[in-house]
Design a protein around this ligand. Structure first.
Ligand code: HAM
Length: 429
């Protein structure tokens, strides 16, 4: 048989990386608890129709879609939002609002593998359902900032826009939603010239093309100045102007809360997913050219899936990309490296006594391994050193006679005799 390796775009996570991934997931879970988001678990396989409905062409074409053995058109989920919207439209439809939902797990997109882009990747996803108020948008922005800090990252930069501004101009000019979607897709890929061309061929007026052309050039970190410039260009577009007011309110709330989020406003910012109706954002760090997270408001999706009209806003953070960023920023891994302890019986007859001590230490929440290879003491200590254990507890006959063991600090290379009843205190201290 040939030797096997992972399928292109798929990865194994060996202990060090798996540990990091878990640490980041735990940071997300902790953020969810701090903000009151309840965790749910949804299936990896969903109906193709559900996932494709508003995914946008980029994601839709990259779905792992297939017929199952019952001839159902299904796909591996490329994101969590449709699953959450499905639940809100059905089994959760009578839940009092707001509903705050958190999920985490693996997602699948047939992207071209490259740094930070994988075919199987992980997200922590937060959805806040039932509020159309700017406080809700401000909450998800602030939650992302807290999560990035909890993962130990510095210098995060938010890019914020509002789908309602560009779409507001286009819909007032009578452009169909399908054409708007194609234009937004091009803008997402930063193909602005092509987007403007398409506007022309789709029959948009000179004024419309000119307004969009001006808007896509506006971006800046001076928030009020940038918003003011945008306001000047869209004066006569009432829908776009309302969207801009909404964005202004959200950003004012974030600023006045005392939050120190660094952000730029980008008037030409679009995201590939088609369900967005309001504020949209992404978060980046200077060391990576891909976004660590992205989200926004989607007020029509629950309704599209047969539910009541339900406003919603949410965000997903890429666990893999956050891991890459922590690596780039040399985030110390000491936080998630607990002390590990090796318990070594010096001879066969003491194995049961060693296991008894191991049980006692684990009950006290200490991470303990027991020597199972029956190595001689010197070899066992060498092995504990090699595997970066912090302590060895050596169970020997002489010490046991007086109710004690030897505790060796492997970092300081010091050893002392400790009463068995005092080992936990010694190791925790
Ligand atoms: P998204 O921007 O498609 O949004 O993905 C969110 C994050 O998932 C990205 O910023 C990135 O960190 C990570 N990600 C996406 N694709 C890949 C990939 N191929 N490899 C590694 N990481 C990846 C959504 O998924 C929306 N559902 C977010 C949302 C929730 N909007 C509202 N609620």
């Amino acid at each position: 048989m040939s030797t096997f390796k992972t399928v292109r775009g798929m990865r194994d996570f060996l202990p060090k990386e798996a540990n990091m991934m878990n640490f980041i997931t735990e940071a997300a879970r902790r953020t969810a608890r701090l903000y009151g988001y309840d965790e749910i678990i949804t299936p990896v396989v969903e109906s193709y129709e559900l996932l494709a409905a508003k995914a946008g062409e980029e994601v839709r074409l990259r779905m792992y879609a297939f017929k199952d053995l019952g001839n159902r058109a299904v796909a591996l989920r490329p994101e969590f939002t449709p699953s959450v919207a499905r639940l809100v439209a059905t089994v959760l439809k009578n839940e009092p609002k707001p509903i705050r939902i958190f999920c985490t797990g693996s997602l699948y997109r047939y992207d071209e593998p490259q740094r930070g882009r994988f075919r199987e990747f992980w997200q922590s996803d937060f959805e806040l359902i039932g509020s159309d108020r700017p406080e809700a948008d401000a909450e998800v922005l602030m939650l992302t900032d807290d999560l990035m800090h909890a993962a130990g990252l510095k210098n995060c930069m938010f890019k914020v826009g509002h789908v309602g501004i560009l779409r507001g101009v286009m819909s007032q000019e009578g452009l169909e939603e399908k054409t708007q979607n194609s234009i937004m897709q091009l803008m997402d890929k930063k193909e602005y010239a092509e987007a403007l061309n398409l506007l022309g061929t789709a029959g948009a007026s000179e004024k419309c093309t000119q307004t969009i052309g001006r808007l896509v050039r506006i971006r800046g970190a001076k928030i009020s100045e940038t918003l003011k410039k945008m306001r000047e260009y869209i004066e006569n577009y009432y829908k776009a102007a309302a969207a801009l007011e909404n964005l202004t309110e959200i950003l004012k709330l974030v600023k006045n809360s005392g939050s120190e989020i660094s952000l730029i406003v980008d008037a030409g910012f679009a995201r590939g997913l088609e369900y967005y109706t309001g504020m949209i954002y992404e978060v980046n760090v200077p060391e990576l050219d891909v976004a660590l997270g992205g989200g926004g408001r989607y007020d029509k999706l629950v309704e599209l899936f047969g539910g009541e009209p339900t406003p919603a806003v949410g965000v997903a953070h890429g666990t893999d990309r956050i891991m890459l960023a922590t690596h780039e920023q040399n985030v110390s891994s000491s936080e998630w490296n607990e002390n590990r302890i090796m318990v070594i019986p010096v001879k066969e007859e003491l194995a049961a006594k060693a296991l008894e001590i191991v049980r006692m230490l684990r009950k006290a929440n200490l991470c303990v391994e027991v020597e199972v290879m029956r190595r001689k003491i010197n070899k066992a200590l060498e092995d504990a050193d090699r595997r970066r254990m912090s302590y060895a507890v050596i169970v020997g006959e002489k010490e046991l006679k007086v109710g004690s063991v030897a505790v060796r600090n492997l970092t300081k290379r010091e050893q002392k005799i400790v009463k068995i009843k005092d080992i936990v205190e010694e190791l925790k201290g």
